[in-house]
Design a binder for this molecule. Structure first.
Ligand SMILES: Nc1nc2[nH]c(S[C@@H](C(=O)O)c3ccccc3)nc2c(=O)[nH]1
Length: 276
């Protein structure tokens, strides 16, 4: 099952690694924009050298309580980095944004994937994703980042995540997004308790019935902290375990902080699958 990302064709029957590149001010100790853009490019080079097939560039933190970012600020953070990576690196640039304008602008600059944690729910987002003509990841979220973890509740989390994704796909396709350009994501940690996250991971292969490649993001998340008792910078082993589980269950993309280590883990899974 092949998919084209702004001209780069990838086999979605394999598991690819997406490196996380936050370009929020707190992600680089930068004196000014110049440093943060250069620091981002240095990091992107390293992740591509380590085997990342995607680089996910995000200018807006979805941390609960994070200050909202103006459109101009998000454009100022993300566009120079997308432009610099597109000019130099052989990788698919994913843009982590919910803003229709950022989708449009970054697609022009060479982005190959729209990664919207709000599932195109902002006004104009479905149309912008369709017009951009590049694949879009539709992720499940319950509520908004600010309050999603207050008291997440479901009657049946598997069923409700599937029906949300189905509805958002319908809206996207109605706006003109091509079905072959849709990737789905259960959104670990986005309005879920630990139990909800574990139920979704355990039954992840059931999401294949929706007929689209799956993107999975568990790297360093608090669900791993709850299971292991480790702080965020001590969660590499648990993150590798989660990526391995996702790859074994047929994920096409795993979104991670630690690219080099995850590339080796998914290679082991690929080797096992090839041996049949
Ligand atoms: N498609 C896709 N995009 C994503 N962006 C993120 S941000 C997340 C994090 O911990 O990285 C996060 C959540 C809350 C606060 C800070 C950071 N997570 C995903 C994911 O799971 N899937």
């Amino acid at each position: 099952m092949e998919m084209s990302f702004a001209g780069r064709v990838l086999d979605m029957s394999r598991c690819h690694v997406m490196g996380i590149l936050n370009v929020t001010p707190d992600s680089f100790s930068d004196g000014g924009k110049f440093n943060s853009r250069d620091a981002a490019l240095v990091r992107a080079r390293q992740m591509v050298a380590d085997g990342a097939a995607f680089i996910d560039v995000g200018g807006e933190s979805t941390r609960p309580g994070a200050a909202p970012v103006s459109l101009q600020e998000e454009l100022d953070r993300v566009c120079p980095v997308v432009e610099a990576i597109a000019a130099e690196l052989d990788t698919v640039i994913s843009v982590d944004t919910s803003s229709p304008e950022v989708m449009a602008e970054t697609a022009k600059l060479g982005a190959g994937l729209i990664n919207d944690v709000r599932a195109l729910q902002r006004s104009g987002a479905p149309q912008a994703a369709a017009a951009a003509g590049i694949p879009v990841c539709i992720m499940h979220i319950q509520g908004e980042p600010d309050t999603m973890q207050d008291r997440p509740e479901y009657r049946n989390v598997r069923r409700e995540v599937s029906s949300f994704l189905t509805e958002r796909m319908r809206v996207a396709e109605q706006a003109g997004v091509l079905p072959e350009n849709i990737i789905l994501d259960p959104g670990f940690g986005f309005g879920k308790s630990l139990e909800h996250n574990l139920q979704l991971l355990a039954s992840m292969e059931q999401l294949h019935i929706l007929g689209h490649p799956l993107l999975i993001g568990i790297s360093r998340k608090s669900m791993l902290g709850k299971i292991t008792g480790r702080e965020v910078d001590e969660r590499l082993p648990a993150s590798i375990a989660a990526a391995t589980i996702a790859a074994m269950k047929g994920a096409s993309i795993v979104r991670v902080h630690d690219v080099r280590e995850t590339v080796d883990a998914v290679r082991v899974v690929a080797a096992m699958k090839e041996a049949g």
